[in-house]
Design a protein around this ligand. Structure first.
Ligand code: NDP
Length: 783
């Protein structure tokens, strides 16, 4: 006799199809043909129209317009014309529209969900229960930011016109992530959806109309990569926001270099999913399902590298295989489907090719026996026996493919987790809070999930470290990406030449200042020095001519000083107070030196030195106060938004205010736990070389501040290219070359404008934000 348990095991799901009648009717209403949405109207595109297909069936859904560069120009002009009136509505005025959009997304939620499933192939359960609710949440949350804009972001204004380019994996959700903060901040937008998945963006255009959004505030241009390129290249785009492949992200970094366009890049990942022996293994198995089989694994933060503690690896893999046997691959419109269609044939082929290559390299393949439908479908896949350095462990597959490796200790887990050029997300599974929260800060990713995975919410910023891109989407930090400071302050002060006679140190010519590397004065590698002159042309002294080798040595010294990043803010504050005190004791010496170099009147130089001392006190004060935040997303848990140091920052100083600007840059970086390699003013470097003694007298640990004198632009380029530098701050005329040089490893750059270094705006939060990146750690909390 068959037992009930056996029956339950063998029972199949009955079909539970979601009707697509509403979505088909909507397509029919538009005669299955769409134009571009520009200035609140539907207009024809001038490029060759293309088809949008349902990947699950291969059937055509609609014909879409291809926007040419001229069409993009029309959209940008419409956005530009609409921007100032939109900004003038004020945050509270715009909040009403964002709220209306949120309501309309909810009102049409089933139509959006079904259309998304038809166009992208994702299971209806996910489109309905995850994508669309998160879209509505994003608009509600940002209606709130718009309302609070004036009080929470004082001194900030909208950037202007945002060009936004999104991928095909979460078409509507990525649209919401881009459009909601942009509109809340007062920008207008030109958005290009992915060629394969434009339909929900076109339905969204319709609800913009329904919400009576002013014409030109949202413009949607469909098309392929060329359309995206035209947006990026357009002169009147002030900000580019991109989500997609690292390769295209890099091309956009190069294309925008030197243009002054603000840029955020949300790129790929190879996120680790770490299971400790102390984990609830059954819960972790369900976690893996959500990590890599959600959305067919086509998720930038997918947990695609499974790292399991050796002691439980066999047991865990056995459980996982059993679970895989029960995953249902098939019709995305069926509510019982776990894994739907891959977005396109091309993407499916790429997945299959990468897996075949992994198998050729020795990986062991496991796929469940349950049949996988023909066409654009791919079964859940597990590859074991994978080497950490192999292509499968390093490259994004962007499909339902998991690779697994083992580790013994938490330190080994951290090393494996960080063994990637990416840094988007990580998931840690352990019932032991000490194990999980000890590892979280050691992983170099923008998001860490503890005992959960793929959690996303509008309140918590999302974005990567390293080559996963820069900038954050969501939360307060996401708002800053669409804002800029109101008034750039006037030109740099402190350079008016004096007519007074200038005193000069008698021994200046005999002494050649060396470089300062790893806490020691070091001769320049090339053995050359450069002369430093007074405005009168008189020779004041010599400084070392740093070269590539010196930069390499300085970066190495800075990397070795990693413990600075782990010291407490309190300890860092004490050292900065000490530096301030020691500088204060030698004020007159610095005044004489700066006067000699710049010829600036004594009173002004004195003010500059006093301001430098004050600035050091300010950053000593900030060192233990630039705290993160705790977010309360609508689920069981909290998100700790931790301000982490960037790591090693390269800094190139302007010539203006040689001591004040120099200190205004290194001090916030160091206060936040970074180590720096700094190129002081090329023209007036002697204040920085005199500063060695202040640092030495102040117990600044070796390698935290490294100073290399020489040609600013040459040294900066070497810094920008160096993979050991995590961020580059450059104050000079050659920002384009620096941004270009940074593209290889997608380094964060700050091309500083000339500013009044005496002004209060030359210190504080803006500098601290540049010196940190937010890591969002999701932890269970409450019932
Ligand atoms: P892309 O990076 O090419 O596409 C992302 C978006 O950029 C699309 O709208 C695309 O248009 C557009 N685009 C393409 N080229 C340019 C360009 N030169 N300038 C401006 N915009 C451009 O990703 P793919 O769709 O080609 O996918 C390739 C791989 O990228 C995937 O296999 C996956 O590994 C990764 N990927 C990562 C994503 C992530 O979220 N991190 C998302 C999507 C893909 P169009 O689609 O019309 O070509």
């Amino acid at each position: 006799m068959t037992s009930v348990a056996q029956i339950l095991k063998t029972m199949e799901y009955g079909p539970a199809p979601e009707s697509d009648a509403g979505a088909q009717a909507w397509l029919d209403k538009h005669r299955r043909s769409f134009g571009l949405f520009i200035n609140g109207e539907w207009v024809e595109g001038h490029g060759e129209a293309f088809d949008s297909l349902n990947p699950a069936t291969g059937k055509k859904l609609a014909t879409l317009a291809q926007a040419t560069a001229a069409d993009v120009d029309g959209a940008v002009k419409a956005a530009r014309a609409a921007q100032s009136a939109w900004a003038k509505k004020g945050g509270a005025g715009r909040a009403r529209y964002l709220y209306a959009l949120a309501r309309l997304v909810q009102k049409h939620s089933r139509l959006f969900a079904v259309l998304e499933t038809l166009d992208n192939g994702k299971p209806i359960r996910e489109a309905r229960d995850i994508d669309v609710p998160l879209v509505a949440r994003h608009f509600y949350h940002h209606a709130g930011w718009a309302q609070l804009l004036a009080s929470e972001f004082p001194d900030h204004v909208a950037v202007g016109v945002a060009g936004q380019i999104i991928p095909w994996n979460f078409p509507l959700l990525m649209l919401a992530w881009k459009i909601a903060p942009a509109l809340a901040a007062g920008n207008t937008v030109v958005l290009k959806p992915a060629e394969d998945t434009s339909l929900t963006a076109l339905l969204f255009a319709e609800i913009c109309h329904e919400a009576k959004l002013p014409k030109g505030v949202v413009n949607i241009v469909t098309g392929a990569g060329e359309t995206g390129r035209a947006i990026v290249a357009h002169d009147e785009i002030d900000k580019v926001a991109f989500t997609g492949s690292t390769e295209v992200g890099r091309a956009i970094r190069l294309a925008t270099a030197g243009t002054g366009k603000k840029l955020t890049l949300e790129l790929g990942g190879k996120s680790p999913f770490i299971v400790f022996e102390s984990a609830d293994l059954d819960a972790a198995v369900e976690g893996v399902v959500d990590a890599i089989w959600f959305n067919q694994g086509q998720v930038c933060c997918a947990g695609s590298r499974l790292l399991v503690q050796e002691s439980v690896a066999d047991r865990f893999i056995a459980k996982l295989k059993m679970r895989m046997e029960n995953l249902r691959v098939g019709d995305p419109l069926d509510k019982g489907t776990d894994i739907g269609a891959i977005v396109s044939r091309k993407q499916r082929e790429q997945i299959a090719e990468k897996v075949a290559r992994g198998v050729r390299e020795g990986a062991v393949l496991f796929q469940p026996e349950r049949a996988c439908p023909e066409g654009c479908f791919y079964p859940p896949t597990l590859l074991t026996n994978v080497e950490p350095a192999s292509v499968l462990a390093q490259e994004e597959v962007f499909g339902p493919v998991l690779v697994s490796m083992t580790f013994r200790t938490p330190t080994e887990a951290a090393a494996l987790a960080n063994n990637t050029r990416y840094g988007l997300a990580a998931s840690i599974w352990s019932e032991d809070i000490n194990v999980a929260l000890d590892l979280a800060p050691r992983i170099k990713t923008g998001v860490v999930w503890v005992n959960c995975t793929n959690q996303l919410d509008a309140s918590a910023g999302f974005g990567g470290y390293r080559e996963s891109g820069f900038g954050r989407e969501g939360g307060r930090e996401g708002m800053f990406e669409y804002l800029k400071l109101k008034t750039p302050k006037g030109m740099s002060a402190g350079l008016a030449p004096s007519t007074e006679p200038v005193l000069r140190e008698s021994d200046a010519i005999d002494r050649t200042a060396k470089l300062f590397i790893g806490g020691k004065q070091a001769r320049p590698d090339g053995g050359y020095s450069r002369a430093v002159f007074a405005p009168s042309g008189e020779l004041l002294g010599q400084v070392g001519e740093g070269n590539r080798k010196d930069i390499r040595n300085a970066v190495e010294a800075a990397q070795k000083a990693e413990s600075w990043s782990n010291t407490t803010g309190h300890a860092r504050a004490q050292i900065l107070y000490y530096v301030a005190e020691n500088l204060s004791a030698r004020r007159s010496e610095f005044v004489a030196r700066i006067r000699a170099m710049t010829g600036t009147p004594k009173g002004q130089v004195q003010k500059g030195v006093e301001a430098t001392v004050r600035r050091l006190f300010t950053y000593a004060a900030w060192a233990d106060k630039f705290d993160g935040a705790v977010h309360n997303p609508p689920l069981r848990g909290v998100v700790l938004a931790m301000n982490e140091p960037m790591g090693v920052i390269g800094i190139a100083c302007p010539d203006a205010a040689p001591l004040l600007a120099f200190t205004s840059l290194w001090a916030p970086a160091v206060a936040m736990g970074n180590r720096v390699v700094i190129v002081p003013s090329e023209k007036h470097p002697l204040a920085a070389t005199d500063f060695y003694q202040v640092l030495e007298a102040s117990d600044m640990p070796a390698g935290v501040v490294n100073i290399v004198t020489g040609g600013r632009d040459e040294l900066s380029k070497t810094l920008a290219e160096h993979r050991g530098i995590d961020a580059m701050w450059y104050f000079g005329p050659n920002g384009k070359a620096i941004e270009q040089a940074s593209a290889d490893d997608l380094k964060r750059t700050w091309i500083g404008e000339s500013r009044d270094w005496f002004d209060d705006s030359a210190e504080g939060r803006e500098f601290l934000r540049r010196a940190t990146q937010v890591k969002n750690v999701w932890i269970p909390y409450g019932a």
